[in-house]
Ligand binder design. Sequence first.
Ligand code: PLP
Length: 411
Amino acid sequence: MSDNAAPAFDWAQVRADFPLLQREVNGRPLVYLDSANTAQKPRAVIDAVDDFYRRHNANVSRAVHALGSEATEAYEGARRALAGFLGVQAQDLVLCSGTTFALNLVAYSWALPRLRPGDAILLTRMEHHANIVPWQLVAQRTGATIRVAELLPDGSLDLAALYRAMTPEVKLLGLAHVSNVLGTVNPVAEICRHARERGITTVVDGSQAVPHMPVDVAALGCDFYAFTGHKLCGPTGTGGLWARREHWQAMPPFLGGGEMIEEVRFEGSRFAAPPHRFEAGTPNIAGQVGLGAAADYLGRVGMARIAAREHELLAHASEELARIDGLRVFGQAPGKAAIVSFVIDGTHAHDVATLLDLEGVAVRSGQHCAHPLLQSLGVGATCRASFAFYNTHAEIEALVAALRKAKALLA
Ligand code: PLP
């Protein structure tokens, strides 16, 4: 190495930022491979929540006293931090409890008043239930129908079929940025360009994208972008929805109550401007403050660096898993994110996950809130190992050793 070469990044130090990763499970060091389900939290996030409750706790946007101003400033500061992290304007970012709430907000406030019988909602086979069920509820009430774009055998979207499905009846496209089962990264910018040319409104579920790669939401060209905070190293019950300003301005409120009004009379109310118009009631203030700290933390580590680290871990895991006889991985799309769903022939995913847990290895097993995808894969359940930047190569070896042991026991 030459004298002026950059020193290797210290991932061990980054890992040490996560207190929970030091614990043991079933007498073994914890190997946490379930970050696609929820990510672990760095000390910076835990401390931000703790500091809010110890020193600044008050309600937002109501009290004129010092604590009220501090709480409001902390909450709005979190919005600014998240907006910076996503490359959008803070005033176009509504904070909410996560992707599920965000997608329902679009469904009820944007789609319900607009869709008519004969209209179609286009979804992909790889959507999470959060990006399916709200549209079914809207379809039932409006007479619109749901159309599905299928996948290619490697788990990537069949783009030609997707574009063919974009007929004039289609008013809305619901699309995962990254699949929570297959790890497929969809070419969102290209897809949104095609949709826009046909006058189709795009709703992107960014839940599994923002934790793994730099995402410049404004550059994607979508209409709505939803994300959830707890997968982004933030607290549970946090997240947000970005929308183009013209949508926010045209949308009626989803929920009514305090915090979202300008004036209330029994004859009628005037609503606050977006984003507050869509944040009725007392929000999860400490949680969103923690999420703002998570965005700052991830920004300091560097999302490009995180993406490179996770690809390295994924390559290692893929190579090792390919050596286990009878283990089948679902999702081989080029450039996929560090999510590996698999089955071992002749075993049930829950049995495998239970045996892994005895070795301290946490993976998710089941249908991953994606029944339609699992139905098309022809399996009842899979195990899913999902990696984050705080995982190590040694943990991949531990996963593989635990899998070999489980396989021997179940064979
Ligand atoms: N969409 C995707 C792709 C997900 O992976 C998840 C979480 O599992 C969700 C939506 C739902 O997120 P939340 O439960 O935080 O609202």
